[in-house]
Design a protein. Structure first.
Length: 219
């Protein structure tokens, strides 16, 4: 009963008023513009994401966070972003959209703790593991290993998502949702550095597989 009260308080928290209002008012125009299509890698990938989870995705452009909000529309996303965005005139907006600032040049324990604390609260945290917008959209950039540490410390699964954006205005936006990957169950909290690097490469390969699924489908 106490847990239900906590979840209800979180659901209707004033912290989310601006976020939810903008998301709701943008829903219909966004659906009309994107005409989104969802593809699920497996039956397990079709299940709704419950509790804390780390969502990873490719990064083509500035509107990718908006795409991810539609990809997993039933959850609030806490996006990880560079601290420089919080030093701009739009810092209020980034705060309202639940962004978590990090120093990408010096990712330290404090940054890790802030993210994992949010995950342990049961939040969905979204990250672009390439670390920046990939101008070469045809090829994924190298994935940073920080996402592995975040998932292991937060004890949450990683959910891979591939977004195939519009090539032309008349195209649809395609979301390919992968099956959740529980790294903690496989490695525990303290894998070796070589294992962490191998996991990052494995996740990048998974993203490549989702990309192939996206492009095998009819446009």
């Amino acid at each position: 009963m106490e847990q239900k009260r906590t979840n209800r308080a979180k659901l209707f928290s004033p912290r989310y008023l601006v976020h939810d209002f903008i998301k709701a008012t943008a829903a219909i125009p966004g659906l009309i513009w994107m005409r989104p299509r969802w593809i699920f890698e497996t039956k397990a990938a079709r299940k709704r994401i419950r509790g804390g989870a780390l969502l990873i995705a490719n990064h083509y452009g500035f509107f990718d966070p908006m795409y991810l909000m539609f990809a997993v529309w039933y959850r609030r996303h806490h996006f990880i972003c560079g601290k420089e965005f919080f030093e701009s005139r739009f810092r209020w907006l980034f705060k309202q959209f639940l962004c978590i600032p990090i120093d990408r040049a010096n990712f330290n324990f404090n940054s890790l703790r802030e993210i994992t604390d949010e995950l342990k609260k049961g939040s969905l945290v979204s990250i672009f593991p390439e670390g920046h917008i990939n101008e070469d959209g045809d090829n994924l950039g190298a994935f940073k290993s920080g996402m592995v540490l975040i998932a292991l410390q937060g004890r949450v699964p990683i959910v891979p998502v591939y977004v195939k954006p519009k090539a032309h205005f008349y195209n649809r936006v395609t979301f390919v949702i992968g099956e959740p990957i529980d790294l903690f169950a496989r490695y525990g909290r303290r894998p070796s550095m070589s294992e962490i690097d191998a996991i990052a490469q494995e996740l990048q390969q998974k993203e490549e597989e989702l990309k192939q699924i996206a492009y095998q489908k009819r446009r």
